[in-house]
Design a protein around this ligand. Sequence first.
Ligand code: ADP
Ligand code: ZN
Length: 818
Amino acid sequence: MFADIILPVPLPLLFTYEIPSELKNEVQTGCRVVVSFGKKRMLSGVVFSLHNKAPEAYETKPILSVLDDAPVITTDQLQLWQWIADYYQCTLGEVYKAALPSGLKLESETRIACNSDFEAESPLSNKQSEILDFLSGKKQASIQEINDVTGLKNSYPIVKQLIELEAVFVNERIQQSYRPKKEPFLSLHPGIHNENDLRLRFEQLERAPKQLHCLMTFLQKSGGVESALKGGEIAKKELLTASDSSAAPIAELIKKEILQQSQHVVSRLDNWENTLKDKKPLSDEQNTALNEVKEGFNENRPVLLHGVTSSGKTELYIHLIDDAIKQGRQALYLLPEIALTTQITSRLKAHFGDKLGIYHSKFSDAERVEVWNNLLQHNGYEVVLGVRSAIFLPFTNLGLIIVDEEHESSFKQYDPAPRYHARNVALVMARQFNANVLLGTATPSIESYFNAQTGKYKLVELSTRYEGIELPDIVVVDTRDARRRKTMKGLFSPALTEAMTTALNRKEQVILFQNRRGFAPYLECTMCAHIPKCPHCDVSLTYHKHLNHLVCHYCGYTTPTFTTCPACGNPSLELRGFGTQKVEEEIQQLFPEARVARMDLDTTRSKKGYENIISSFENGEMDILVGTQMVTKGLDFDRVSLVGILNADGMLNNPDFRAFERSFQMMAQVSGRAGRKNRRGTVVLQTSNPEHPVIDFVKRNDFAAFYQQQIEERQAYKYPPFYRLVHLTIRHKNQNVTHQAAVALGNELRKVFGSRVLGPQMPPINKIQDLYLERIMLKMERKASVTKSKQLMQNCINTILSQQRWRYVAVAADVDPL
Ligand code: ADP
Ligand code: ZN
């Protein structure tokens, strides 16, 4: 017997290994196994298939060991991986690397660290102890090092046992080390045996009213004296809230041996103990829409829900998820960004409680493994809220997929491969499970709206906001004119400052949106016009004020700011461009009283970053929220009456066929944040080009007209949805080699694809991390077979890469690039 194994190496074919007779019953499709690879390496991989056919090209090696008793990857997943590899032109190994959380992905370079809290419950085997002893002397070690030191040829299975015992843990980023989450609980001290003992303690506390109050509250919350004497306990957190006290009196009670504190392990995934809320009854319009959605589902069509901001799309989702769960099926709710999960999480938690699992990249790896295993064993989660990588989870009985904000480009993975689009993978996955799909948005992507127009999707519309609040009034301000009159104060036109003053006087909140692209602050020399650039990439360095550093946003290169110009030596560097920090500073000058929060990449790096900013704004602790793209995303605030778009020009002038689509979406979305409850909001849109057609579509909120204009252009210039694009990026550390290989590849491709091949061209940024880039674009007819064109394209690439002089050139394909 043989097994084809997916290994985490970027080679196009699967490797066949022999199944030794003693492992015959253990090797199953979807299990992880350990094999040797190349001369000395050992790798763990996933069994893709079993068969009897020995490969002709090479002699097989045996599988060394099997890591799992039961598959950790389902056959549905393997099928989906294959589809992704075929469609997005990458290898199964690359899909495997993207799909599995690193805790499930042992590789010889994987770092293993000791869990210092571990206490063995039953004796460890000699080998287990040996590895633990070795690890406890060090911070961390790779599996390869463990092999070397212990003399074990293959330590994977033992490491895996230790992982399961939680004696060690795996992490790419060890500093975020995994520990079981523990919480303090309180009970009466065991020295208190009866009511008499208790009375003595009360007397002891006569002069300490706060402590007495805490003790009384404890007795009440733990179910009365009797149950407290029997060892009843409550979480310390609960006592703190219920008694409205600080930690000090509780600490005193513990010191006086009246209360006792112990640590309990709680699930890392939040427990939800509150009572669940019922679904909200729907309005007539919402009900009609819900029924139309269901009609679409009955016809087995994906549904596009085009609902204006605040029309109640999320309420509809909740009804649909509830239906799916009642039918015994799982639901997947995809969101484009972590920024959004906070608000949606609490809304979904309130309805689905413990049935809700959450999967996103700000979670630690251990938490992700927990969600994975929970689903695999069909053990509790019935709805999962996640970002794009959640499409890789092992669902067993998926009945519904919701893709919220379906137009968002962050559903697409850009680097590394697989360069997949989670919305499109979701549609394939739904077919696999015979599940329903709902795409929801206030600003559909041109592609999805086209599919709805041509009948592939069913279109359902919600055209009014819940409770009939009007869409905001959009005021367009001509900044060119204001500049000429010299009435601009920095980035602020008089109209915007005035609107802000009114809103702030009324104690209403303001959101200011500053597009990030092209507006990162950089230094320029006023003498020689030199702009400090990254030594590894073809981009200027961005100035970070709080660090006083220059940072490359492509590779992370960091250097302290220069005081003199590195080119001409004059102390004449000045800050140019503006980012959200600059906006924040100007507001502070214009409105010194206002409390300003900033939401951008810098302020949201930590796991709680978004949450803190969003909740302080929600609670009214802040008056103005300044942000990049992040503030445009479906956030829902009650007190925002004004939205300012500081500069619409940057987005519109992007040389990309999607620039207008993105600009429309961004402006319409951020406008949707204004005036959600109580009152009609205002949007002030600053631009130097007020006659621009896109500005006009936004102003009139006329998506249909915007779509019509766009779709005509797309057809005329052969762009999606009429054509399928593929980008091939050629990379090499030498610019000449890159160029020659790109030209040769272009010619090779033209032999097969003719005029469908465009380029090579230098992309706008043509050097990243010391590699020079060129790009070839292919425009394929929609009807052309993907598999066949992939094969032909790959042949051309192989022809080029097989030449000695281009051996180290890399070519990466991006299908349906965004
Ligand atoms: P969308 O997802 O379309 O932006 P939401 O579902 O967030 O809209 O709804 C906007 C606001 O209106 C939310 O605060 C929501 O709770 C409220 N809302 C929407 N529909 C209803 C309803 N049927 N009953 C009560 N409140 C509703
Ligand atoms: Zn760089």
